[in-house]
Design a protein around this ligand. Structure first.
Ligand code: GRF
Length: 219
């Protein structure tokens, strides 16, 4: 990537992680710019926020494609190519992507998931964390592979599970961590400091040297 990486941010709903990325990218010194916010449904609330921030938005509705996931993804891919996107960030994008799309964007496609992977893949992560009685919970940014919530891990943040926590308390604590972690992870990727080798992310020595430890960069 020469110059600032062009981000395509994919959403399906609220878009608070998208908003965190857009806010980070508003700084001209940030190594990536928000080039396009794309939703698979017209009622995704985040679209309005993106537009208000001056970020171009697009809707590629998934519904008309029915079960033909790859046809939907070809339309999605065409829109991303048209915008000259370098890096695709999934931010609450509620579609499982096919091997075709994942292969096409290999190592240029990342996701944020609300758990410390590989624990709690899938949905309802906060309720499941509470049900298991774990003491730590958190979030992960990872490169996307065809299997759900799998792929080389770029960054993780941990938050404590506190006595008396209910699902919404824990969800809010994790979400605040997500909003800090995702811009940090995108920075590392955009700067070429989080390359994949042998299906692991090999963090550049400067990352460790700077003390940006990725177990918990929030401390
Ligand atoms: C976040 O918890 C994210 O980790 C998960 O879906 C949620 C999306 O929230 N993949 P938002 O739309 O970014 O507010």
């Amino acid at each position: 990537m020469s110059g600032r990486a062009k981000l395509g941010i994919l959403i399906s709903g609220r878009g608070s992680n998208m908003a965190a990325l857009v806010a980070a990218a508003a700084d001209p010194d940030y190594p990536a710019e928000a080039r396009l916010v794309l939703a698979n449904r017209a009622d995704a609330a985040g679209l309005e926020h993106a537009a208000a921030q001056g970020v171009p938005t697009a809707i590629v509705a998934s519904k008309p494609f029915g079960k033909d996931r790859e046809a939907f993804e070809r339309a999605l891919d065409a829109r991303l190519q048209q915008a000259g996107i370098d890096l695709v960030c999934l931010a609450g994008f509620m579609r499982l992507l096919t091997p075709w799309f994942v292969g096409r964007w290999r190592d240029r496609l990342i996701n944020i998931h609300p758990s410390i992977l590989p624990a709690f893949k899938g949905l309802d992560t906060h309720a499941r964390a509470l049900a298991e009685g774990v003491r730590w919970h958190g979030c992960t940014v990872h490169y996307v592979r065809a299997e759900m919530d799998a792929g080389p891990i770029i960054a993780q943040a941990a938050v404590p599970v506190l006595p008396g926590d209910e699902e919404e308390h824990l969800a809010a604590r994790v979400l605040a961590a997500e909003h800090r972690l995702y811009p940090l992870a995108v920075r590392l990727v955009a700067e070429g400091r989080a390359p994949v080798a042998g299906e692991r992310v090999m963090l550049h020595p400067t990352v460790a040297a700077a003390g940006t430890t990725l177990l918990n960069p929030l401390g």
